[in-house]
Design a protein around this ligand. Sequence first.
Ligand SMILES: [Zn+2]
Length: 86
Amino acid sequence: MAIRCNCGAKVVIRTLWSKNNLKKLYYACSNPGCDCKFIGWVEDEQKRACLNISMKIEQQYLKLKLYLAISWFLFVSFLVYKVWVK
Ligand SMILES: [Zn+2]
C-alpha cells in the first residue's frame, strides 16, 4: 500500500461499526507506539472496487456451476442415447 503514516509505518485498514450498523473503513497506523490511530477514511471508490471483486468472483462461481450442470446434462443424455440405440 502506498499510504504511510507520518511515523513511516505501514497503514492498515480497520473497521468501525457506527450506531446504525453501518460498516466504515478507516486507515490506522500499524505501529502500536504511534499516536495516530486514525489517519483517514477509506474512499468509497476503493470500497466499491472491493465489492466489484467479490461480485466478479460470485459471477465466476455461478458460471462454473452452469458449466457443471451443462456437462452433467450432456453426460446423462449421452447415456440415454446409448441405451435407446441398443
Ligand atoms: Zn504512525
